[in-house]
Write a protein that binds this ligand. Sequence first.
Ligand code: ATP
Length: 301
Amino acid sequence: MSNPILALDDVSKVFGRADKPVYAARSVSFALHPGRTLALVGESGSGKTTAARLIMREYSPDQGRLLFHGAPLGKADSKALKAYRSSVQMVFQDPFSSLNPTHTIRYHLERPLRLHQKGLSPAQRRAAIVELLERVKLGPNLIMDKFPHELSGGQRQRISIARALAVNPQVIVADEPTSMLDVSVRQGILNLLNDMKSELGLALLYITHDIATARYVADEIMVMYAGQIVEWGAVDRVLDDPRHPYTRLLLSAVPDPDRRFDDIRFADELGRIEEIRAQAAKAQPAVSQVGENHFFRPMPA
Ligand SMILES: Nc1ncnc2c1ncn2[C@@H]1O[C@H](COP(=O)(O)OP(=O)(O)OP(=O)(O)O)[C@@H](O)[C@H]1O
């Protein structure tokens, strides 16, 4: 298996007062590899966005390290940080608020090209915009001079992806990229992310509360609860044979005619979740972890 592009090594982030800490991330370790998608799954408040913000360097870790191609980023010089910033791009949940309503699509794509590929002539920049729009399966001539409000939610999310691609990233962090979109266009966006991963060899972190969608895009899955990774492994293993009660609970909430959420068989598990909740509220990690952490033992490609 290839070396990881990016890794979180035993990272913790704590909010709140010292006497009442909130562990948004607790000893979190994982790695992102080229051409692979890792799904980070958990309910609201589990710490998914905190993990994304740590990767985007909006938060600095209280403990642990961020590694980029094996080198700790904390000590990186400004050149290395600049390389990191263009290598790691984010696609947000809300394609409305992430695009500026007063600018055309051409502007949104031209800007990162101007900043990160300074040597391009105007004609080369135009060709690059055409290529980006074609890559996200939008007709360049139809779209380029439109404003964000003239596009559908799905089209806008494709523009967000094109904009992220404009700087030739190695990693894309997609935080709930389909949750604000119409159900009918969600699959198209997930397919596009899959294509990007395979065609460009990107490492993708797919963040979602919807564990069922992980199967469409992810190679591996990590389940996060109260700031901790409680289960991880190959996506089929985790979804077909969930071993942590919290993973089973998440899966039981997925509509399935054969499994009812209030099924008596889950009563014990719900009780155990309360136990886990109580343990997790304490300062020391107490959540049982299941599976192999591919940061420490890389899974075969
Ligand atoms: N800036 C902050 N200040 C204080 N507490 C925070 C801050 N950011 C996150 N938290 C807390 O950390 C925990 C994890 O939050 P986080 O937003 O990472 O979860 P999430 O899984 O992304 O949830 P959501 O899906 O609702 O965004 C929560 O208890 C949250 O209240």
